[in-house]
Design a protein around this ligand. Sequence first.
Ligand code: COA
Length: 552
Amino acid sequence: MSEVEVVVPDLGVEGAVEVIEICVSEGDQVSPDDALVVLESDKATMEVPLESGGTITKLMVKEGDKVEQGDCLALLSATGAPKKPESQSVEQPVSESSDKAAEKAATTTDSAADEVASGGVMDVSIPDLGGAESVEVIELLMSVGDVIESDQTILVLESDKATMEIPSPAPGSIAEVSVSVGDLVSEGDLVARLTLSEDSEGAAESTQQNPSDNVAQTTKQSKMTEPEIEDLKKKKAAVRDENEQSTSTASAHAGPAVRKLARELGVDLSLVTGKGRSGRVVKDDVKAFVKGQLSQTAISAPGGNAYGLPAAPALPDFSEFGSVEPAAMDKMQILTARNMQRSWLQVPHVTQFDEADITELELFRKSKKAKAESLGVKLTPLPFILKACAHALASLPQFNVSIDMENQLIIQKHYIHIGMAVDTPAGLVVPVIRDVDQKSIWDLATECAELALKARERKLRPAEMQGGCFTISSLGSLGGTAFTPIVNTPEVAILGVSKSFYKPVFIDGEFQPRLMLPLSLSYDHRAVNGVDGARFSSHVASILQDLRELAM
Ligand code: COA
């Protein structure tokens, strides 16, 4: 046995690329062609395979390192001759570097735009892939009708060793998609037809530096006729069904080997939580996801779906009853729908209703109006409700847990971060306010306003929507007397707040008008029993009724 250095092969990339995944550990027995690391440049993800089998004695890099050709990646105690003894380094991932191919893809398809004028239809074809042929389409990031920006990735190809993103050459809307996931494509193959938007002319002018690279073909087309529009709608519906999984998978950050594993196991990567660096999905995450799904399936009844439910009947053709217009759900709508359905099906919900007498609280809040204005803060009931819930979570810690059914664990949290549902034009989002128990009412009022604004402007960072222990969904400004909010799993409870109203309350022998705030507490009955549900809501109500309770 001899110890050899495994080095970075010629990647055809200028400068350093990042190590985004280490596929082996020290001491691992490996075979020729096993992936050693995954490298990523701006345009491509490349696996570096081993030439020889043996034992990994030392890893010389870690995730996040930047490496160049010739850098040592690992020491290998090799058994047998390498697959290609003439080579001193591991073989190059693709015949021409995938990075070069990806760059070419960008410039080549861009340059096609100089051939067109706005209002025309452009045939978008596969650019020069650096010599690679019959490369598999692994993700389709467009559907008929999608409005696409110039340079927006429309499909992802994957060879044995590299993943390549193919960008749109111009802005416009997709008129036709000519490939499907799983197709094998080569240079020149038609992938889509793009109805150019008005901006395309500008795009065409701005990309004239490569006029010779003319891969995409274009034709002029007049306005579409009614039958053509109908045809387009039908195609769009068909393509949408087919693409739903691949579109959502596209957002996942994962290397070729992980994507391949996910495809083999039928896993939608967008549903997998990445535990790798920067949220990257690694193979173990995919396996853990499948394990979790299998344990869910185990409770299903035979003959039904994963939850033992009969399949929903096919939708009727609504156009038989009147005018209709189908519109594709966007990614947020799809994810929200899935999350809601999962929570509704997996969590045994109970909703506890209560009313808090906030007559005094409202007087107090209004007395602070001048101060709020001087501070530039809008003081609504929400910060007080947050504070009351934080106190209740500290007093009844069984609400501040998550359940891990797979490992039969109850995970107690020792921090109090509360999510607040915000209605935005793009859908429901839940930014999380951290350490609510440690913040003043003024701090909370400021933070609520800032996060709600960021949510509506779609500027929330993922970290600002993570880590919640509990959620408040306030419909108080809108109306309603009560509702049954769905628990925002993996949290175990959510408080719904409806609009306050005056009602006569019998106090000291007479009816008095009191301002009542309706509370609807939904909780996961696996974690919380009914008595504690009632305790929690009355605890919140008692604080809102008399803020001095906070000091107790
Ligand atoms: N009863 C009566 N009035 C209420 C109230 C309640 N429970 N809650 C708020 N109000 C009042 C406020 O005081 C304010 O009036 P004012 O300006 O006279 O003081 C007005 O309603 C508007 O309040 P709003 O701007 O909505 O602030 P907020 O702090 O109450 O709520 C958000 C902030 C972000 C939570 C809220 O705007 C929002 O998006 N709610 C929707 C939540 C949602 O979509 N839930 C999903 C259900 S599935």
